[in-house]
Write a protein that binds this ligand. Structure first.
Ligand SMILES: *Cc1c(COP(=O)(O)O)cnc(C)c1O
Length: 454
């Protein structure tokens, strides 16, 4: 067989996404210019280099205070490359469309059992690609296009998928933003009650990308019952605290559905889960999974998830408690350095995450970019002050996983304060020096070397 020579290969010029914002277009162009005319071998080398570069950023150089990411149990990570992922297994266990998937269907059923045990739930749907797609299951199981829903607004960290510009809008839902209780950084119960009474929603969602105090799930349940709505608790971020028993279990408090990302505080593979105690909702979600939204559903992630969740059975309580106490120690230390924290009526937080008021450094996004120069990773977040993304979100899932605890927070607060008020590049080496003291993952059942560990 002869390969077509370069000259003979018909080439279509790659289109540029003219609709991207200027900064994104420039970045994309810069990458594409670097790759222009390169042979396949260059792409291979470059991608391999970038994989190691990414590992160095996250596991060597930087302190990651973004609560939306985490490090995975190395055994789970290894299982993602164990040859499961390409095997399709459509349908019910024992009734699969494909042959030779007995092992996969057993992994699937065992993973479901572990997930239900960790979250004290009757049913779980795990054929779900992400936290956003988990909410697609919840919306599709409870609403039709044109139905009204009440969602948390961005000012209390409602997620884009709750809103008209995101998934809820894409599915044709009419989104009404919940009025806000600033003091508790959650929805205002009385105002939600009158809104619900007026618009008769099919679904009320609570839970967001920053959770400072437990949400009033019982009260929302009572309101939903008055108007015939279902309650969705979006536990994308607090799922780890729920799994560790350090946060109220939303299903026990009356939520019909609980969704989550599995790669944030849970520290599992990038995926999603949907839980319910209601068998008719579970049946609907089963049909949404198959034959609805999935055919092949990624068994490698399912195996990795099962292993990650087993860690929670053994260490969940310790990990969740440590995340909270470390967050509290960091808020205390930052407060003593006059870093302005967003305060609820109960203080900066009772969870594993909190917000810095970032106006002093140009808002959340500018502050996150500034801290990146100091090798500290964070992200912007909405606060109820009217300005878009005026907060900087800080969380402890990853630093605690790497072994940082409350006594280390004085030093970290010092680095943060110097990066915020000084020249961030000048602090970067000190941050890396601090980061390098924490090399072993905690709260995992079996220590295993990471493949390709730097
Ligand atoms: C992160 C997040 C999601 C989406 O999760 P992905 O797994 O990233 O799709 C959904 N809801 C909330 C509140 C989140 O913060």
């Amino acid at each position: 067989m002869t390969l077509m020579s370069e000259a003979e290969t018909p080439r279509t010029e790659q289109g540029r996404r003219e609709w991207l914002p200027e900064v994104a277009r420039r970045r994309e162009t810069e990458i594409l210019e670097g790759a222009k005319g390169r042979p396949p071998r260059w792409f291979e080398d470059r991608i391999e280099t970038l994989v190691f570069r990414n590992r160095a950023i996250h596991e060597d150089e930087c302190v990651n205070l973004n609560p939306a990411t985490n490090a995975m149990d190395p055994m789970a990570e290894n299982l993602m490359a164990a040859g499961l992922g390409t095997r399709a297994a459509l349908g019910y266990p024992g009734l699969k469309y494909e042959m030779g998937v007995e092992a996969l269907e057993e992994i699937e059923v065992l993973a479901e059992a572990v997930a239900c045990r960790v979250f004290s739930a009757r049913y779980v749907e795990l054929r779900v690609g992400s936290g956003t797609l988990a909410n697609a299951y919840a919306y599709l199981a409870t609403c039709k296009p044109g139905d009204r829903v009440i969602s948390p607004p961005a000012s209390i960290a409602g997620h884009i998928n709750h809103h008209t510009e995101g998934l809820a809008g894409l599915l044709g839902l009419e989104v009404h933003e919940a009025p806000v209780d600033t003091e508790h950084y959650t929805v205002d119960i009385d105002a939600v009650a009158s809104l619900a009474d007026r618009i008769r929603p099919k679904l009320i969602t609570v839970g967001g990308s920053l959770n400072l105090l437990p949400h009033p799930v019982k009260e929302i349940r009572a309101i939903a019952d008055q108007v015939g709505a279902k309650v969705l608790f979006d536990a994308a971020h607090v799922c780890g605290l729920v799994a560790g028993g350090a946060w109220p279990n939303p299903l026990a408090e009356g939520a019909d559905i609980m969704t989550m990302s599995t790669s944030k505080s849970l520290g599992g593979p990038p995926s999603g889960l949907v839980f319910t105690n209601d068998s008719s909702l579970a049946q609907r979600m089963d049909a949404i999974a198959y034959p609805g939204l999935t055919a092949h559903f990624e068994p490698s992630k399912t195996a990795a998830l099962a292993i990650s969740l087993l860690d929670w059975l053994d260490y969940g309580s310790a990990y969740a408690t440590e995340m909270i106490s470390t967050a509290c120690a960091l808020t205390d230390a930052l407060d003593s350095k006059d870093i302005p924290l967003f305060l609820t009526s109960e203080g900066p937080t009772s969870s594993h995450q909190f917000a810095i008021q970032a106006a002093r450094w140009g808002g959340g996004q500018a502050t996150a970019l500034r801290l990146r120069q100091a090798n500290i990773l964070t992200s912007p977040i909405g606060l109820p002050d009217g300005e878009e993304l005026s907060g900087l979100r800080v969380g402890t899932p990853e630093i605690v996983r790497w072994g940082m605890t409350a006594p280390d927070m004085g030093q970290l607060a010092d680095l943060l304060a110097r990066a915020l008020d000084g020249v961030p590049e000048d602090i970067a080496a000190d941050v890396t020096g601090f980061r390098r003291q924490f090399r072993d993952l905690q709260f995992i059942r079996r220590q295993q070397p990471k493949v390709g560990l730097i």
